[in-house]
Design a binder for this molecule. Structure first.
Ligand SMILES: Cc1cc2nc3c(=O)[nH]c(=O)nc-3n(C[C@H](O)[C@H](O)[C@H](O)COP(=O)(O)OP(=O)(O)OC[C@H]3O[C@@H](n4cnc5c(N)ncnc54)[C@H](O)[C@@H]3O)c2cc1C
Length: 417
């Protein structure tokens, strides 16, 4: 079994697709080593194990909306794209989504997956509670009331605390989004005003391929009918696209969600890619590096200085803003953040070389890598960047003293080995 990008062949001795929570409990209790896998959209061995790789995708489908509490209880293996229409039928919405609706909810939550928008937090911070099977096979539900001191450690947990079987997510009232692509934006202007460009609408993504002096595109996602919305200006020296665009010039526009300012449901506009059109396997690698928003312009300039190294292996750079959250292992913990996402060609060695240069250039900004993507940050550096790591280690010791749920990569990162 391989991940979506095809760059990881899982080392698991077996793959299990339990069809009941009881089966998950039995498999985990009996396993020597076990780890959950979601939809395999990570680009490293984060989900891997030498024992049993357990997928929650065939658990009974639960999408249980509580309109009064504005929450939904969902089974962990569902994809965000599977629940959007159900929420809309109830007049409700998720505040945000990642760029792809095909990613499993539990997998996204485990790695601090995010969408775009200076006012939007990572998807993990919209989790009200989660129910997981711990190493002993016990079913445990954690929420802020039952675990006030450490709930922030349970959300971005890299699959290390147990197999999540259900989550309760916070919702907001249903809303519509209009998406406009602005192209040929002035790069100098962007560099200076990056944070205000990123904060100019509900969700903003700046794309560049660094082959010219202009940003390729800025995708603006505006909540329709909300006060203070984006009014179509300024265009940052560019112009509104005269037709639909894919973030990577030349790729099929049918894969992209509806643009041209045409208002529509949040779940069909917040992701960049359509549920029915994204390829089921990818020909790319990805990295993503997060810096405090106050460093955004300087980090852009520093990265731009590496463009001759980066451009030959880069398909597209995407820059997004994310609001602060309290999760212990979140790259956005405590401070508004800007994420530099790089979609690379699928050449692992060349990408590693580019990533090494890039991380070294951004170290001065305390750069944090996306857990689910390609990075070379050392465990020693991660320990400096994540001051709550000792608390997370204590949580792991409490829930998984025999390290059944660990793997070499994750335990190395977290200093659990
Ligand atoms: C095309 C593409 C677009 C992307 N866009 C974005 C984006 O917009 N924003 C962003 O931040 N990231 C993005 N990503 C990265 C992606 O969101 C993360 O890698 C995410 O973790 C993938 O979820 P998954 O279900 O595939 O998890 P996997 O890759 O299968 O696993 C990731 C982690 O989740 C854990 N996990 C999975 N299921 C469970 C469970 N039931 N219980 C406990 N732990 C579990 C695994 O153990 C592992 O540690 C993108 C990736 C791709 C391929």
């Amino acid at each position: 079994m391989r991940n979506w990008a095809g760059n990881v062949s899982y080392a698991a001795a077996e793959v299990a697709h339990p069809t009941s929570v009881g089966d998950v409990q039995r498999i985990v209790a009996q396993a020597r080593r076990v780890r959950a896998v979601g939809t395999g959209h990570s680009f490293n061995r984060i989900a891997d194990t030498t024992g049993t790789l357990l997928s929650a995708s065939r658990l009974p489908r639960v999408v249980d909306v509580d309109s009064e509490a504005r929450t939904v209880r969902v089974s962990a293996g569902l994809r965000y794209g599977d629940i959007g229409h159900v929420l809309r039928n109830e007049g409700l919405a998720l505040p945000n989504t990642g760029s792809l609706p095909h990613i499993s909810i539990a997998g996204a939550v485990a790695t601090a997956t995010h969408g775009s928008g200076a006012g939007n937090r990572i998807l993990s911070s919209g989790v009200r509670s989660l129910t997981l099977v711990t190493a002993t096979g016990d079913l445990v539900t954690a929420d802020r009331e039952s675990r006030p001191d450490d709930f922030d450690g349970w959300l971005v947990a890299l699959g290390r605390l147990g197999v999540v079987v259900e989550l309760v997510l916070d919702l907001v009232p249903d809303f519509e989004v209009a998406q406009t692509v602005v192209e040929d934006v002035d790069e100098g202007l962007l560099a200076e005003e990056l944070t205000s460009v990123l904060a100019s609408a509900y969700g903003v993504s700046v794309f560049a391929d660094w082959r010219g002096g202009r940003a390729t595109q800025v995708w603006v996602k505006e909540q329709v009918g909300r006060d203070g919305g984006w009014d179509g200006a300024p265009l940052w020296g560019g112009r509104a696209a005269d037709g639909p665009r894919h973030p990577i010039p030349g790729m099929p526009v049918e894969h992209a969600t509806v643009q041209m300012g045409q208002a529509g449901p949040w779940n069909e506009r917040l992701p960049h890619f359509r549920l029915d059109f994204m390829p089921s396997s990818g020909d790319e690698l990805q990295s993503e590096f997060w810096v405090a928003a106050r460093h955004a312009s300087d980090a852009w300039t520093a990265l731009s200085g590496l463009r001759d190294r980066i451009a030959p292996v880069l398909q597209i750079l995407e820059v997004r803003a994310i609001a602060a959250d309290p999760c212990w292992l979140s790259p956005t913990r405590g401070e508004p953040t800007v994420a530099f996402h790089l979609t690379w060609v699928s050449d692992a060695d060349a990408v590693r070389a580019a990533v090494t240069a890039l991380e070294s250039e951004l170290t001065v900004f305390d750069v944090r890598p996306h857990w689910g993507k390609v990075f070379v940050t050392t465990p020693a550096r991660l320990a400096e960047l994540y001051p709550r790591l000792p608390d997370f280690r204590r949580l792991v010791a409490e829930l998984d003293p025999a390290a059944k749920l660990g793997n070499e990569l994750v335990d190395g990162w977290l200093g659990l080995d």
